[in-house]
Design a protein around this ligand. Structure first.
Ligand SMILES: *[C@@H]1O[C@H](CO)[C@@H](O)[C@H](O)[C@H]1NC(C)=O
Ligand SMILES: *[C@@H]1O[C@H](CO)[C@@H](O)[C@H](O)[C@H]1NC(C)=O
Ligand SMILES: *[C@@H]1O[C@H](CO)[C@@H](O)[C@H](O)[C@H]1NC(C)=O
Ligand SMILES: *[C@@H]1O[C@H](CO)[C@@H](O)[C@H](O)[C@H]1NC(C)=O
Ligand SMILES: *[C@@H]1O[C@H](CO)[C@@H](O)[C@H](O)[C@H]1NC(C)=O
Ligand SMILES: *[C@@H]1O[C@H](CO)[C@@H](O)[C@H](O)[C@H]1NC(C)=O
Ligand SMILES: *[C@@H]1O[C@H](CO)[C@@H](O)[C@H](O)[C@H]1NC(C)=O
Length: 762
């Protein structure tokens, strides 16, 4: 952590003048009048062991959160917060007074206070359990953060009476979300939805079924979580095994997706699985085991919002998708649901608009509510015609001779093998009347690629720069300087005409010009035939532009998934090229560059279809919430290594994982997720590939590809390398150098284990 400004240090020293020497119950008293300021790098009030801290955490650009967090781990995971609904601005202050803790904004308006029982606060203390207490002179507790939990329980904490856990709105938005966890007055411990944005109880989607007897949830010192009756009998074990609190940090949290999960984090810094790992509960890693199918209430959108559908991922987390023909209303907040991107069917009898619609089918999909008609003893064909001919019908479900017609908004959508049957979704096929704008084109990527023109270069270095500059200025609206490096390189092109591509960076971290320049210079210094060369950059005021050489054959994504698919030899060369480029970034640059976003969209193809990695080095420049949080994860679903989801440290091994997925896509010429796959087992390519490998049926992966079929030895080798790359345990994945050697055949590939063996061994 960087050093704080001197005035903050003073606050800290003042507040810790009384340092405990008692061993019985170690605590440091925080005396009346002590305060903390919301500024960058403020020093918090730490517990004696340093395991927990109380203070301000900066939440992106949105403001500061008064919180308690795990202080000895890099993630600084928040376990309690005071003002999630109301972040405060820089310069706000929390002070310990006789009346308790008082949080004021910079203008002195009170934002929050601890409501104490009784009077006469004498001191406060951040305890090693993670509990922050306020006590009177006799050390009687007047207020405890443990009695006002937010979304997290810690060992030794209990949940009783009218206490409840409140899920936050999203991973990074700490305001109240849609889900609660509490022992109800009827004695059931329940997970339930609320009438969001109001606070009313809506619908229980999980219950302990302990009516009349359930009383208190206990997270005990040994790491077990259970529900007790008033007389102390254990009614329901929520965790089926425990890890020692000596060796692991622990927490249980009602997460923003409505799932209650228990996590452990090895205290020893030598552990290979350092990071938050999910613990197994009785039947699964979470309660409820499958949130996608658990919510079935009459009102509300369900786990994924209206018109969308939910699939439980390998990481046990719900993933939200829009059906074909629909797009997210807000790509940054998928819970807001999806909207159709076509004009609805006209109900006018004469218009024959019905001719413009088709139904496409999705197996095992359902929106269990939203029905308005139900027919029995019919055929699928009848069901199709009935929906097509009915302008109100948005989706029909056909299952075992039954047909349900559904209308918009659809709710509680899910795809799950337990559903059975199929959904027939109506979309307009005539594109002339549809406007396919929507989220895809607007999707917040790291940048926008704009080709602004061609630049004529002559042979003089000086002139080159000037001409490039002049051309740039002429073509752009930005009257700014462009810094160009690699003049020598540009010079060798002498009087040829080169096309350039300009990237405008929108969400650059607010760091000094110097840092930006240092990063960009590092990117500019890279030189490898499998990387897109950065030619220059512009950095003035709000404008951050990067000038790259232009890649005439577009991205691998459009090549691989488009109409003119590359042949097997081309795919082999692209795999090798990408691997070499990545190995260079990881191991041969002066400073290691982790890409963080390897996917076919970021592999470009030059005139000779050589793979060229683009966008490397940007992970450090762009705001972290784009690469790290759900926004980033959403953009690149499927390529993201599981440690992002587990809050484990992110290392260069994330690129290896993404490369593994990319390699499978190259071998099979299809996307990792293909919801319209004819069989369920083929929906997720990485699962299918491992299953095919394990059962010795690899030829099905490439069955329509003659050249690959004739080269099965190589197909097998590539798939084995890919399986090594997508191991859930990052430490199992090979380095990129090893990957290159295996792909080239200079090193034997050993038999890879099941990529998921890591989670099940936790
Ligand atoms: C904390 O304050 C209380 C009340 O003034 C006092 O009894 C106790 O000894 C103090 N504890 C420490 C560790 O200073
Ligand atoms: C502290 O304890 C003493 C003796 O038991 C009692 O007289 C006094 O009222 C207590 N003070 C507070 C603030 O509770
Ligand atoms: C968090 O989400 C709530 C509910 O949608 C919204 O009102 C609020 O503005 C969000 N807060 C931040 C900091 O984005
Ligand atoms: C915690 O609960 C478990 C399960 O009931 C029990 O075996 C263990 O002894 C308890 N630990 C403590 C410290 O009470
Ligand atoms: C405790 O309460 C439970 C539930 O009411 C009951 O089944 C059990 O017999 C009670 N045990 C004792 C020892 O009273
Ligand atoms: C509709 O799409 C088809 C195929 O994508 C295309 O050939 C046709 O020109 C499009 N029609 C219109 C009116 O844009
Ligand atoms: C599509 O968008 C264009 C331009 O925004 C608009 O003029 C046109 O009416 C739209 N068509 C439909 C069918 O919405």
């Amino acid at each position: 952590m960087a050093l704080s400004p001197p005035h903050v240090l003073c606050f800290f020293v003042l507040s810790l003048t009384l340092i405990s020497t008692s061993t019985a119950q170690t605590q440091r008293n925080i005396s009346l009048g002590s305060s903390l300021l919301a500024v960058n790098n403020n020093l918090p009030w730490e517990s004696p062991s340093g395991d927990f801290a109380f203070g301000f955490q900066k939440i992106g650009q949105d403001g500061f959160l008064l919180a308690i967090w795990f202080n000895k781990i890099p993630e600084k995971t928040v376990v309690w917060s005071a003002n999630g609904n109301n972040l405060v601005q820089e310069g706000s202050k929390v002070e310990l007074t006789k009346l308790g803790l008082i949080l004021n904004d910079p203008k002195g308006n009170q934002i929050w206070e601890s409501e104490i029982s009784g009077t006469g606060v004498d001191h406060g203390a951040m305890l090693d359990t993670g509990n922050f207490v306020l006590a009177n002179q006799n050390s009687t507790s007047l207020w405890e953060s443990f009695n006002e939990p937010t979304d997290t329980l810690l060992p030794t904490q209990t949940l009783a009476g009218d206490m409840k856990l409140i899920a936050r709105y999203s991973e990074v938005n700490y305001s109240n979300g849609r889900y609660r966890f509490a022992v109800q007055t009827n004695g059931n411990l329940e997970l339930y939805t609320t009438t969001f944005p109001l606070d009313g109880n809506n619908y229980a989607y999980w219950s302990s079924l302990t009516e009349g007897v359930g009383d208190t949830v206990i997270f005990n010192q040994s790491g077990f979580i259970f529900l007790e009756a008033e007389n102390g009998t254990i009614l329901n074990m929520l965790s089926s095994k425990a890890s020692s609190t000596q060796d692991f940090y622990q927490r249980a949290i009602l997460e923003y997706d409505g799932v209650f999960r228990q996590y452990v984090y090895p205290k020893s810094s030598g552990s290979s699985s350092r990071g938050w790992n999910m613990m197994w509960t009785q039947s699964s890693t979470s309660i409820p085991p499958n949130i996608c199918t658990s919510i079935r209430e009459d009102t509300g959108g369900g786990a994924c919002g209206y018109n969308s559908y939910c699939i439980l991922g390998n990481d046990q987390r719900p993933n939200c998708y829009c059906p074909n023909g629909y797009t997210f209303i807000d790509a940054n907040d998928e819970m807001k649901g999806c909207k159709p991107i076509f004009e609805p069917q006209s109900c006018d009898e004469d218009s024959r608009d019905v001719d413009h619609f088709d139904l496409y089918s999705m197996d095992n999909a359902d929106w269990p509510l939203s029905d308005y008609e139900h027919f029995q003893g019919v055929t699928e064909d009848w069901c199709r015609k009935a929906c097509l001919g009915d302008c109100f019908c948005t989706v029909a479900i056909f299952r075992n001779g039954e047909c349900w017609k559904k209308r918009i908004p659809l709710s509680n959508g899910r795809i799950d093998p337990s559903v059975g049957g199929k959904a027939l979704i109506k979309v307009r096929h005539d594109n002339s009347t549809s406007n396919l704008s929507g989220a895809d084109s607007k999707k917040k990527g790291p940048s926008t690629l704009v080709i602004i023109g061609s630049v004529l270069l002559s042979s003089s270095v000086f002139l080159n720069v000037l001409l490039l500059l002049a051309a740039f200025l002429a073509f752009s609206h930005f009257n700014k300087k462009v810094k160009v490096f690699r003049r020598d390189r540009v010079l060798t092109l002498d009087d040829s005409e080169i096309l350039i591509a300009v990237k405008k960076l929108d969400n650059v971290v607010k760091e000094g010009e110097k840092e930006f320049k240092a990063e960009v210079t590092a990117i500019g210094r890279t030189n490898h035939k499998n990387l897109v060369q950065l030619i220059g950059f512009c950095n003035e005021g709000q404008n951050r532009l990067l000038v790259y050489e232009f890649m005439s054959n577009g991205s691998l994504a459009s090549f691989l998934f488009g109409t003119s698919r590359p042949n097997w030899d081309q795919r082999v060369q692209i795999a090798l090229g990408t691997a070499r480029g990545l190995a260079y970034l990881h191991e041969e640059c002066s400073t290691q560059i982790i890409h963080c976003d390897i996917k076919p969209q970021n592999i470009l193809l030059d005139d000779s279809y050589t793979a060229r990695i683009s966008d490397f080095g940007l992970a450090k420049i762009l705001k972290t919430d784009q690469t790290r949080t759900t926004t980033g994860i959403r953009g690149t679903k499927g390529y993201v290594a599981p440690e992002w989801f587990r809050n484990m440290p992110v290392t260069f091994k994330v690129d290896i994982y993404s490369f593994g997925i990319l390699l499978l896509e190259l071998v099979c010429c299809r996307k990792n997720f293909e919801l319209e796959a004819e069989e369920d087992m083929k929906i997720v390519l990485s699962d299918w590939a491992y299953d095919s490998y394990a059962s010795g049926t690899l030829e099905f992966l490439v069955e329509n590809d003659e050249a690959a079929m004739e080269d099965m030895k190589r197909v097998k080798k590539f798939v084995m390398v890919a399986i090594w790359c997508i191991q859930e345990d990052p430490s199992m994945r090979p380095t990129m150098k090893k990957v290159v050697q295996m792909l080239e055949g200079t090193v034997e590939v050993s038999v890879p284990p099941d990529p998921t063996s890591f989670i099940s061994s936790l």
